[in-house]
Design a protein around this ligand. Structure first.
Ligand SMILES: [Zn+2]
Length: 150
């Protein structure tokens, strides 16, 4: 099994949706399905997701929604790892770029409030581990070879 690395930004849908995390998971699974098909993968074993604190998505809720959304897909039973992504702002006053606390989006250099969020409001699928068909074929061949000669 080889790990396959990808970097994708998933656009958060309508923030007011009552099942926010569930719709995020369907979006995630669309991407996962596409990557799995492109690589002729039969199974997705692990997904690493970076969750921006400003995305409005809770990692715990994503994990439980993923279990529901992935049922019957290529990613059913996959391990979902959620990592908290940093909030990065750029200052419009002095041009400084840096990580800030979620509840205080001020410039880390001059303390100015005229900042724009560069990242921290999105979900990023940072890695995906797939299992491919050829591994299954190899196993089948090995089984044939160990058949005893009668
Ligand atoms: Zn500044």
């Amino acid at each position: 099994m080889k790990p396959w690395l990808f970097l994708m930004v998933l656009t958060p849908p309508d923030q007011d949706h009552p099942m926010h995390e569930l719709s995020l998971c369907y979006g995630l699974l669309d991407q996962v399905q596409r990557v799995a098909e492109q690589n002729q993968a039969t199974l997705v074993t692990r997904i690493t997701l970076q969750v921006g604190p400003l995305s409005g998505a809770e990692p715990d809720l994503i994990a439980s929604a993923f279990t529901v959304a992935s049922a019957g897909t290529v990613a059913e039973g996959a391990e979902l790892i959620t990592e908290r992504a940093p909030v990065i702002v750029v200052c419009n006053e002095c041009g400084e770029r840096g990580e800030v606390p979620t509840n205080k989006l001020l410039c880390p250099a001059c303390g100015g409030w005229q900042t724009r969020v560069e990242s921290g409001d999105e979900l990023i699928m940072s890695s995906l581990e797939l299992e491919k068909d050829d591994a299954v074929d190899e196993t089948a061949e090995n089984e044939d070879k160990v058949k005893p000669d009668v």
